[in-house]
Design a protein around this ligand. Structure first.
Ligand code: ZN
Length: 132
Protein backbone atom coordinates (compact mmCIF):
# COMPACT_ATOMS: atom_id res chain seq x y z
CA UNK A 1 0.00 0.00 0.00
CA UNK A 2 1.19 3.47 -0.85
CA UNK A 3 0.19 6.32 1.42
CA UNK A 4 -1.29 9.39 -0.28
CA UNK A 5 1.46 11.43 1.36
CA UNK A 6 3.56 10.18 -1.57
CA UNK A 7 1.69 12.67 -3.78
CA UNK A 8 3.58 15.97 -3.82
CA UNK A 9 1.45 17.73 -6.44
CA UNK A 10 -0.68 17.05 -9.52
CA UNK A 11 -0.71 17.83 -13.21
CA UNK A 12 -3.73 18.22 -15.45
CA UNK A 13 -2.84 17.96 -19.14
CA UNK A 14 -5.42 19.57 -21.40
CA UNK A 15 -5.24 18.02 -24.89
CA UNK A 16 -6.42 19.75 -28.03
CA UNK A 17 -6.04 19.76 -31.79
CA UNK A 18 -6.62 22.36 -34.49
CA UNK A 19 -10.39 21.95 -34.18
CA UNK A 20 -10.49 22.29 -30.38
CA UNK A 21 -7.75 24.85 -29.75
CA UNK A 22 -10.25 27.68 -29.21
CA UNK A 23 -12.13 25.56 -26.69
CA UNK A 24 -8.86 24.79 -24.93
CA UNK A 25 -8.18 28.53 -24.80
CA UNK A 26 -11.56 29.13 -23.13
CA UNK A 27 -10.90 26.48 -20.49
CA UNK A 28 -7.42 27.89 -19.95
CA UNK A 29 -8.78 31.40 -19.43
CA UNK A 30 -11.44 30.18 -17.00
CA UNK A 31 -8.98 28.11 -14.96
CA UNK A 32 -6.65 31.12 -14.74
CA UNK A 33 -9.53 33.29 -13.54
CA UNK A 34 -10.60 30.93 -10.80
CA UNK A 35 -7.68 28.87 -9.56
CA UNK A 36 -4.22 29.44 -8.16
CA UNK A 37 -2.15 27.13 -10.35
CA UNK A 38 1.03 27.02 -12.40
CA UNK A 39 -0.21 27.34 -15.97
CA UNK A 40 2.16 25.83 -18.51
CA UNK A 41 2.67 27.16 -21.99
CA UNK A 42 0.95 25.99 -25.12
CA UNK A 43 2.58 22.89 -26.59
CA UNK A 44 1.33 22.70 -30.15
CA UNK A 45 3.83 19.91 -30.86
CA UNK A 46 3.72 16.70 -28.81
CA UNK A 47 6.30 16.82 -26.02
CA UNK A 48 7.59 14.27 -23.49
CA UNK A 49 5.25 11.32 -23.02
CA UNK A 50 2.34 13.14 -24.67
CA UNK A 51 1.22 12.15 -28.16
CA UNK A 52 -0.99 15.15 -28.82
CA UNK A 53 -0.80 18.93 -28.44
CA UNK A 54 -1.61 20.03 -24.89
CA UNK A 55 -0.85 22.45 -22.10
CA UNK A 56 -0.12 21.52 -18.53
CA UNK A 57 -1.70 22.81 -15.35
CA UNK A 58 0.44 22.07 -12.27
CA UNK A 59 -1.24 22.44 -8.92
CA UNK A 60 -0.90 21.81 -5.24
CA UNK A 61 -2.60 18.90 -3.49
CA UNK A 62 -4.94 21.38 -1.77
CA UNK A 63 -6.30 22.55 -5.15
CA UNK A 64 -7.34 19.07 -6.32
CA UNK A 65 -10.79 18.97 -4.64
CA UNK A 66 -11.89 22.20 -6.32
CA UNK A 67 -10.09 22.10 -9.67
CA UNK A 68 -10.71 18.49 -10.70
CA UNK A 69 -14.50 18.60 -10.17
CA UNK A 70 -14.54 21.92 -12.00
CA UNK A 71 -12.76 20.30 -14.95
CA UNK A 72 -15.26 17.42 -14.90
CA UNK A 73 -18.11 19.87 -15.38
CA UNK A 74 -16.41 22.39 -17.66
CA UNK A 75 -14.00 20.53 -19.95
CA UNK A 76 -16.29 21.05 -22.96
CA UNK A 77 -15.48 17.64 -24.39
CA UNK A 78 -11.71 18.06 -24.20
CA UNK A 79 -9.59 15.09 -23.24
CA UNK A 80 -7.78 15.63 -19.93
CA UNK A 81 -5.15 13.57 -18.13
CA UNK A 82 -4.81 14.15 -14.39
CA UNK A 83 -1.83 12.47 -12.75
CA UNK A 84 -0.19 12.65 -9.35
CA UNK A 85 3.46 13.56 -8.93
CA UNK A 86 5.21 11.10 -6.66
CA UNK A 87 8.80 9.91 -6.96
CA UNK A 88 7.69 7.39 -9.61
CA UNK A 89 6.89 9.23 -12.87
CA UNK A 90 6.23 6.11 -14.92
CA UNK A 91 3.60 4.81 -12.50
CA UNK A 92 2.17 8.32 -12.11
CA UNK A 93 1.35 8.46 -15.83
CA UNK A 94 0.60 4.81 -16.61
CA UNK A 95 -0.90 3.34 -13.45
CA UNK A 96 -2.12 6.14 -11.17
CA UNK A 97 -3.55 8.56 -13.71
CA UNK A 98 -7.17 9.38 -14.32
CA UNK A 99 -8.58 10.39 -17.68
CA UNK A 100 -11.54 12.48 -18.71
CA UNK A 101 -12.79 11.75 -22.20
CA UNK A 102 -10.80 9.31 -24.27
CA UNK A 103 -7.72 7.50 -23.00
CA UNK A 104 -4.74 8.48 -25.14
CA UNK A 105 -1.51 6.55 -25.55
CA UNK A 106 1.45 7.63 -23.39
CA UNK A 107 5.06 7.27 -24.55
CA UNK A 108 6.53 5.03 -21.90
CA UNK A 109 10.17 5.14 -22.96
CA UNK A 110 10.61 8.80 -21.98
CA UNK A 111 9.29 8.26 -18.46
CA UNK A 112 11.77 7.48 -15.71
CA UNK A 113 10.85 4.84 -13.18
CA UNK A 114 12.01 6.96 -10.25
CA UNK A 115 12.98 10.55 -9.62
CA UNK A 116 14.64 12.35 -6.73
CA UNK A 117 14.21 15.94 -7.87
CA UNK A 118 10.97 17.22 -6.46
CA UNK A 119 8.99 19.59 -8.62
CA UNK A 120 8.00 22.85 -6.95
CA UNK A 121 4.71 24.44 -7.93
CA UNK A 122 5.03 28.19 -8.51
CA UNK A 123 1.54 29.58 -9.14
CA UNK A 124 1.44 32.12 -11.95
CA UNK A 125 -2.28 32.82 -12.13
CA UNK A 126 -4.08 35.63 -10.34
CA UNK A 127 -7.61 34.37 -9.70
CA UNK A 128 -10.21 37.09 -9.41
CA UNK A 129 -12.34 34.88 -7.19
CA UNK A 130 -11.21 32.39 -4.59
CA UNK A 131 -12.95 29.46 -6.27
CA UNK A 132 -15.35 28.60 -9.05
ZN1 ZN B 1 2.46 15.84 -16.22
Amino acid sequence: MTNIDAIKSYHAHIYYDAATRDTAAQVREQVSEHFLVQMGRWRDEPVGPHVRAMYQIAFDVSVFPILVPWLMLNRQGLTILVHPNTDRPRDDHLVHALWMGEVLPIKQDVLRETREDEETIVPNTTPRRASA
